[in-house]
Design a binder for this molecule. Structure first.
Ligand code: 4AD
Length: 478
């Protein structure tokens, strides 16, 4: 459907047949004998080379064929004379759909910093790096749906606007239609949310989990895949204010089953990307190698494809939080007081602790389980000792936590006790609590941060570079 894309044309046997190219100019080069135009339409990392003879076109037309201009080129597909490509197009006609003034167009063919490209997020998908990332992002999203579909899960669409705080962490963006300059008040002076659109306080969801659990209590195995929002003021390379999360939720799964699913799932989607994104991954691998070429050999990271294959081929290390604390207490950086934050049972592991476990001690992905109840969410199932909960975090090298999940508390009284303990008004989640009253069952689930997965697969250092239009503190331009 539609015109052939450059990716398809590049794979076609050249027989002097007529072809039409549509795309954006990456470079134009003129030699004594020919004019070479490298055209790209985003369907592949590879450009197609189109060749014209000197004098074939007017100087005015050629002046508007500059980097960034959009062209329609008619010509014949022939075997390439030059090295670097097998086919090229002998141009018969050029139509300039849209010129791009070289004095104004910011994406000239030279190296641009990722920081600069973030400022021109409307144009950065036209670079090799970002088009590769966006194609890989698409393939991973497709692999996610395929994985769950193949394994008997149903895609459940959970709401974006909610009136509850699924994580109980109070990091929500408010949704309102009230006039902020003329807020309606109750008799005691508080804001009267009864007059708001939903007749109550509402917010953007931080997670689809609570509604996901309702789905699992009817369909057995569901997953969500949608945007989630956190108003945490985290200016890090791992946090976004708007990110996409995949949250499977399964009736009759205990913590062990949950871990097996999480491990199998990430391995399968990474393997899918390895199989279907070879060109883009090779490009990103070379890009990373180029970035690190001035570093001493022993400080360079392992090549991207090798890193991904390693994760696919090796079992993740599984241990409890308590065992992890023991390892940290016996570690060299702890003994030499090199950790910035103290180590002891009960702490929330900081990223330096997680990095030590994953990158120095085990040198592979790690699943940590059975965390202290005080540092985890209210819905996690209490262990028999009453001190820990059936939580699991999957930690990845270079990324930290990529998955967070747990077996859920399925006992009504115990869950209600935790709800009170963390200060949630049970009235706001009465419907959630009812699942424990009517036909409760052991069940489990987890959330995978999609951008953290894309970050791992592409090797990008900053999460802001793996989503087309990142949202973070003080930034919602595009
Ligand atoms: O650990 P979190 O907060 O868990 C939940 O939201 C659960 N309701 C999931 C579940 O059990 N259904 O978040 C899950 C994952 C994290 O491991 C991380 O990968 C990602 O979501 N994440 C973020 N990604 C980008 N920016 C942020 N601000 C993120 N916060 C969490």
């Amino acid at each position: 459907m539609g015109p052939l894309q450059i990716k398809e044309i590049l794979q076609t046997a050249p027989e002097n047949q007529a072809v039409t190219l549509k795309g954006w100019v990456r470079t134009k080069r003129e030699s004594k004998n020919a004019i070479f135009i490298a055209l790209n339409d985003g369907s592949t990392i590879h450009n197609i080379q189109a060749v014209a003879e000197p004098g074939q076109f007017s100087p005015e037309l050629l002046l508007s064929v500059t980097t960034g201009a959009c062209l329609k080129i008619e010509g014949q597909l022939v075997e390439s004379q030059g090295s670097g490509q097998t086919v090229e197009v002998k141009i018969t006609d050029i139509l300039v759909y849209g010129a791009a003034d070289p004095d104004a167009y910011p994406l000239q063919p030279k190296k641009h910093s990722l920081e600069f490209l973030r400022e021109i997020a409307h144009l950065r998908p036209r670079t090799n790096t970002f088009s590769a990332i966006l194609r890989i992002r698409h393939v991973l999203a497709f692999a996610v749906h395929q994985y769950y579909n193949d394994n008997g899960f149903f895609y459940l669409h959970t709401p974006v606007i909610t009136a509850s705080d699924a994580e109980g962490a109070g990091e929500m963006f408010r949704v309102t239609t009230l006039d902020l300059n003329k807020l309606p008040r109750t008799e005691d002076g508080a804001i009267n949310f009864k007059e708001d659109f939903f007749g109550r306080e509402a917010n953007l969801t931080v997670s689809g989990q609570l509604e996901g659990e309702l789905g699992a209590m009817a369909l057995s195995k569901i997953y969500t895949f949608g945007p989630t929002f956190r108003a945490e003021n985290s200016n890090t390379t791992r946090h976004l204010a708007e990110f996409w999360m995949i949250e499977p939720e399964m009736a009759f799964f205990e913590l062990e089953d949950n871990m097996d699913l999480a491990e199998d799932f990430v391995k399968k989607v990474i393997a899918y990307a390895l199989e279907h994104c070879k060109d883009d991954l090779n490009f990103l691998q070379s890009r990373l190698a180029e970035e690190e070429k001035n570093k001493p050999q022993n400080e360079r990271s392992i090549p991207l494809l090798e890193k991904l294959s390693f994760v696919v081929d090796n079992p993740f290390e599984r241990l409890t939080y308590t065992e992890a604390i023991d390892i940290l207490l016996k570690s060299k950086p702890h003994k030499e007081k090199k950790f910035q934050y103290p180590v002891g049972w009960g702490i929330d592991l900081s990223s330096e602790h997680e990095r030590y476990l994953v990158e120095k001690h085990f040198k592979k992905p790690v699943i940590l389980t059975n965390y202290p109840r005080e540092i985890k969410s209210f819905y996690m199932k209490l262990d028999e000792d009453g001190k820990t909960v059936r939580a699991m975090d999957v930690l990845f090298p270079g990324i930290g936590e990529i998955i967070g999940g747990s077996q859920r508390e399925d006992n009504y009284e115990k869950l209600l006790e935790r709800v009170h303990e963390v200060g949630i008004d049970p009235q706001t989640i009465w419907w959630y609590l009812e699942t424990r009253k009517f036909g409760t069952a052991p069940h489990s689930g987890f959330g995978l941060g999609f951008e953290r997965l894309v970050q791992f697969v592409t090797g990008m250092g900053n999460i802001r570079d793996v989503i087309p239009f990142p949202r973070y503190p003080k930034s919602a331009e595009f």
